[in-house]
Write a protein that binds this ligand. Structure first.
Ligand SMILES: Nc1ncnc2c1ncn2[C@@H]1O[C@H](COP(=O)(O)OP(=O)(O)OP(=O)(O)O)[C@@H](O)[C@H]1O
Ligand SMILES: [Mg+2]
Length: 360
């Protein structure tokens, strides 16, 4: 049972940098969990605390219901793959994968069996006799995964394992990791700053900022119901647009510079009591388009149109703000053109401008 639990875990460096701040988190057995957040938010520190490479200032860490807060890394039944997965250059692929097992005095036939099984899963059986310098980046990455797989751990820990690969390889390895997880049925705790990686790999995702865990949810909940402006802006590409304005009651509407939007019933409960107060409107690029459907138009000037082939990305001037819209490829307005746009009325988000908490 590879369940993982953090209880009130805090890590303060040098008495002043709080890298991880009161972390409470439970990851289920066999779950693929992704911790995502910007550089320096405390992801690697969290992973190192789980691995036993660092100790918390306060709090406790559990693996499979056993407290491991002060347990040596080698006694935690985990395997870790780092961003810089240095392979031993003088050893063959086989020896690289066998190394940790040798240290543990696993019998030779057992080592051979485990390395061959892992090589088969990863499709690198042909490469076992090669040295790392004779491998491509993707093949080396697979060997690094192989080193972790042969350990047959309760939990795999990954720290940005794909960030050294080029964009195309990264997409391919992403799918392989997902398949690998289905096949191995082991808990994965995966850390990345890349929200696309998080959304595509994670069964559940935790968003971290400044050492605090802001939201834990499955990918679609995170996308559709972000708890704060930060989460809303961090998840999704191109990112959510934000517009400052105020709510006016009776009839309920959002009023900003160069934009007035009537708001439906759905927003009445959370927003009507805020009548007159400033709010931040959030709208995703795909919620802005040319589909009128009885909606009020918003006047905009096209600044840039990126024709991607499968879609068009528009940079639009609305009042003083620049908004990004994602529309079907048949729309290809010229820069400088004036257009009328429509916001999907059910897909608007509202945030408190001060606390940044989601209001609706
Ligand atoms: N050994 C250390 N001593 C002092 N400060 C540290 C130490 N390790 C990390 N920090 C600080 O703790 C914070 C979190 O660092 P961490 O490495 O966990 O971030 P991260 O989310 O993994 O970032 P990245 O995406 O860049 O890898 C940063 O402010 C970092 O400078
Ligand atoms: Mg890191």
């Amino acid at each position: 049972m590879g369940k993982v639990r953090f209880e009130g875990v805090t890590r303060v460096f040098d008495g002043n940098v709080t890298a991880v701040d009161r972390l409470d988190l439970e990851v289920a057995d066999r779950e693929f969990f992704v911790l995502v957040g910007p550089s320096g938010c405390g992801k690697s520190t969290t992973l190192r605390l789980l691995a036993g490479l660092d100790e918390p200032t306060r709090g406790a860490v559990f693996i499979a219901e056993r407290e491991v807060t002060w347990t040596e890394p080698k006694d935690r039944d985990i395997a870790m793959v780092f961003q810089n997965y240095a392979l031993y250059p003088h050893m063959s692929v086989f020896e690289n994968m066998a190394f940790a097992l040798k240290l543990r005095r696993v019998k030779k036939p057992e080592i051979r069996r485990r390395v061959q099984d892992a090589a088969k899963i990863l499709g690198i059986e042909e490469l076992l006799e090669r040295k790392p310098r004779a491998l491509s980046g993707g093949q080396r990455q697979r060997v690094a995964l192989g080193r972790a797989i042969v350990r047959d751990p309760q939990v795999f820990l990954f720290d940005e394992p794909l960030s050294n690969l080029d964009a195309k390889l990264r997409v391919g390895m992403r799918a392989e990791l997902a398949r690998l997880h289905q096949r191995l049925e082991t808990t994965v705790f995966y850390v990345t700053h890349d929200q696309v990686e998080a959304m595509t790999l994670g069964q559940r995702i935790g968003v971290m900022k400044d050492g605090r865990l802001l939201q834990v949810a499955d990918p679609l909940t995170l996308y559709n119901r972000p708890v704060s402006r930060f989460v809303a802006g961090f998840i999704g590409s191109p990112p959510m647009n934000f517009l400052e304005g105020r709510v006016e009651p009776a009839p309920l509407r959002f009023v900003g510079e160069g934009i007035t939007l009537a708001l439906g019933e759905r927003y009445a409960r959370p927003l009507a009591p805020l009548g007159g107060r400033p709010v931040t409107l959030g709208v995703r690029p795909e919620s802005i388009g040319f589909d009128a459907a009885g909606r009020q138009p918003v006047k905009a000037g096209v600044e840039v149109a990126e024709l991607m082939g499968n879609e068009t990305i528009l940079y639009l001037k609305v009042g003083p703000a620049t908004l990004i819209a994602r529309v079907p490829p048949r729309f290809a307005p010229k820069p400088g053109e004036a257009v009328e746009l429509y916001f999907a009325p059910e897909e608007l988000h509202f945030f408190d401008p001060e606390t940044e908490a989601a209001l609706a």
